[in-house]
Design a binder for this molecule. Structure first.
Ligand SMILES: Nc1nc2c(ncn2[C@@H]2O[C@H](COP(=O)(O)OP(=O)(O)OP(=O)(O)O)[C@@H](O)[C@H]2O)c(=O)[nH]1
Ligand SMILES: [Mg+2]
Length: 698
């Protein structure tokens, strides 16, 4: 259910009315000019006095030092501007696959998305992903074909690609005048005017459309009108009667169509020259719904005040900053809300408006508005805060799963706690960055979506938390199991003076088939006639479990075993739990050797998306990594390859993929099942373990 704002909600405070707000995420593939576009929009609207650049690290939204060093966005950035009496909140999102957590969270708090495309590359992997997400959230979308000044840029080719690959309801609302280095301006097909290239200055206001454009403008204006009137019966009637439709009437119908996701207008320009921003801003105001029109799907029960936290910035000095959307309000400073997740009261000291890293205090924020607040106690991204406790289900933000892990160690001994604290703070900022201890290997594992994401975390640990750490490939969590039945009997006996030790047990090992893909363990007590008394039998089980923690082949845990305790003997003075535990453990080790033990390894399902011309190389490489091809799906110049690959072979896949595809490849993987390691590979692992054990002994 979408909650719609009513007038009464907003009349109490000097907050911006929901009808006058536009919440827009700027999203798309990596490096298509999203940050540059946000910079240009802020500049055109008079929020800044100069057009910053990504190269020089002077943009409003890439304010973080690591973003500036890498010349790319690493997290979402909240900005706002005023245009034609409307407040436009912009969330600049990162395009890199490793940093999509913020992008996905941002899509929960906006009504509209400006999907930015490169005029050269067109629809790319992350363009489609973002599109898909926006589709799921039923968000209104506007496309912006950027970089039209670049060599080989072609607006019409990209328009066709978008119509083919994203939706056939994409329709041009602007056209470029000229192309590549001869691009001189853009035409606004809605208001039938032109804007000439301001070369980085403010745009100079509407101009007449050059005569040379007459034919192509007529053709595309007709397509636009056809598309718009098709969604509006009344307008269709007037149009068919030959009436000249004015821009307001068309804009009104367009907004309705964009609101209902029936049309996706395609705008264009050059972000770094500030070309196309006036027409785009007009379109955001006139063509994209406000929170009053579209509202939110996030639940807040009957709360009179409610906010949804969509982003957390962790700073060691200023503390935690939480960005939120007002669900019910207005919300002012000095308000106390409650977090139903923790039941804790959270006091909102000062409500802030963010402009990249800068903030200014706001008196009140109304329904639908986006803002921030500092120093909340236990709030995490995804929480809903309300004025009184209501049972609400916090929205599920379907963050991507971490796919790669690195073992992480501090360079200086004793820095373990500092490292863990820093990583916990970074996890608050980016929920897809996880630190956990591998129960099997004991290593601290830092997991994320891409290697770069993990490396950025390491850089941030150094600059923000002053801990230097090292990354290592993690150990593969091997397992061991048995292939056949075996039996053994062990008598543990020490009877030299005083009270001795005596435990004796006979066991049978059997392979235990996996249940739902999980290998288990079962202990079956088959003792008859009480040859071992009841009290000692669990000790045998315990001894066996301990022995199974480190199998004899490669020290990996043993699973998939059923143990039958079939016989034994006890001594009425010398028997003890300890003696039976040792006997159980020894009997297991003896039987295990004869039960045809094998090594198991995790198999991952891998999905690699690469440019068509690299498919051969990528497949060949997967083959050499013991990969098994499951299928290939080409779409729009890219092919998605599905394969099953042993985890051990893709621990360092990202470097290989980058070099094979020139950085244009992308992959994701998840755990599938355990499989037996082929003998020749297993042999090497077993020998390696042996060597390590011997070295450890010396
Ligand atoms: N020629 C040209 N270059 C552009 C244009 N827009 C952006 N660039 C350049 O392209 C590069 C990437 O621009 P960004 O604005 O960082 O792109 P982004 O989409 O924000 O990138 P990520 O946030 O890392 O995904 C920078 O070097 C920009 O200067 C454009 O319209 N024309
Ligand atoms: Mg960016």
């Amino acid at each position: 259910m979408r909650h719609e704002a009513t007038e009464e909600d907003t009349s109490r405070m000097a907050a911006t009315e929901p009808t006058k707000i536009r919440n827009i995420a700027v999203a798309g593939h990596r490096g298509v000019g999203k940050t540059s576009l946000v910079e240009a929009l802020l500049f055109e609207a008079g929020k800044t006095n100069r057009l910053g650049t990504v190269e020089q690290g002077t943009t409003v939204s890439d304010w973080d030092e690591h973003e500036q060093r890498r010349a790319m966005s690493l997290s979402g950035s909240l900005c706002h501007l005023e245009w034609k009496d409307r407040k436009i909140n912009l969330v600049d999102t990162p395009g890199d696959a490793g940093f999509q957590a913020d992008t996905y969270a941002a899509l929960r708090v906006v009504e509209g998305v400006v999907v930015v495309l490169s005029g050269v590359m067109g629809v790319e992997v992350n363009t489609s992903r973002v599109w898909q997400r926006a589709e799921e959230q039923e968000l209104s979308r506007v496309l912006f074909v950027n970089m039209l000044d670049r060599e080989r840029a072609d607006f019409f080719r990209v328009l066709e690609a978008a119509r083919r690959q994203l939706s056939d309801r994409c329709v041009a609302i602007q056209l470029p005048i000229g192309a590549e280095h001869e691009l001189t301006g853009v035409v606004d097909l809605l208001h039938m005017c032109a804007y000439m290239d301001p070369s980085g200055a403010r745009e100079g206001g509407p101009q007449p459309i050059p005569d040379s454009m007459a034919d192509v403008v007529r053709e595309h204006r007709e397509k636009l009108l056809d598309a718009v009137v098709e969604t509006d019966e009344e307008l269709m009637g007037r149009y068919l009667e030959g009436e000249e439709l004015d821009a307001d009437a068309v804009a009104h119908a367009l907004k309705q169509a964009v609101t209902r996701d029936e049309l996706y207008p395609v705008a264009c320009g050059v972000a770094t020259k500030n070309l196309g921003t006036t027409a785009l801003l007009d379109l955001l105001v006139e063509g994209v719904p406000s929170p009053a029109k579209k509202g939110t799907t996030i639940e807040f029960g009957d709360a009179k005040q409610a906010v949804f936290i969509f982003k957390t910035i962790a700073d060691p000095f200023t503390g935690r900053i939480s960005c939120f959307r007002v669900l019910a309000g207005p919300v002012t400073g000095d308000t106390t809300l409650v977090d139903p997740r923790t039941h804790a009261k959270e006091r909102l000291g000062q409500v802030l408006l963010l402009q990249g890293k800068d903030s200014e205090p706001a008196e009140a924020l109304g329904i639908g508005d986006l803002g921030a607040v500092a120093k909340l106690k236990d709030v995490v991204t995804g929480d809903v805060l309300v004025d009184h406790e209501v049972a609400v289900e916090p929205p599920h933000i379907d963050f991507p799963e971490p796919v790669m892990s690195f073992a992480v160690t501090p360079k200086a001994k004793g820095d373990e706690e500092k490292m863990a604290t820093g990583l916990r703070r970074l996890h608050e900022e980016d929920p897809t960055l996880l630190l956990r201890r591998d129960p099997q290997t004991g290593e601290q594992l830092l997991s994320g979506i891409s290697q770069m994401q993990v490396e950025v975390a390491v850089d941030r640990l150094s600059t923000r938390f002053h801990v230097e750490v090292e990354l290592h490939p993690p150990r593969v969590p091997y397992k061991e199991t048995i292939r056949k039945e075996a039996r053994a009997r062990h008598r543990y006996k020490k009877q030299t003076g005083g009270r001795g030790q005596f435990g004796d047990c006979a066991i049978v090992l059997e392979p235990l088939p996996a249940e739902d893909g999980e290998l288990g363990y079962e202990f079956v007590d088959k003792i008859v006639g009480g040859v071992i008394s009841q009290g000692y039998r669990p000790a045998v089980d315990k001894g066996i479990r301990e022995a199974m923690e480190h199998g004899e082949l490669a020290g990996a845990p043993v699973q998939g075993v059923r143990v039958l305790l079939v016989d034994g003997m006890e001594h009425n003075v010398d028997s003890s739990e300890m003696a039976f535990k040792i006997a159980g453990s020894m009997a297991f080790k003896e039987a295990y050797q004869q039960a045809d033990p094998v090594l198991l390894e995790p198999i991952m399902e891998l999905e690699v998306t690469v440019p068509d011309d690299t498919v051969g190389a990528v497949n060949g490489d997967l083959n050499s990594r013991r990969g098994r091809l499951q299928g290939m799906e080409p779409a729009g110049g890219m092919t998605t390859i599905k394969a099953e690959v042993p985890m051990a072979e893709i621990l360092t896949y990202s470097q290989a993929l980058t070099s094979m595809t020139g950085g244009r490849g992308d992959y994701a993987m998840h755990f599938l099942r355990y499989e037996e390691v082929p003998t020749h590979v297993a042999q090497k692992i077993i020998e390696q373990t042996k060597k390590e054990r011997e070295e450890a002994k010396v």
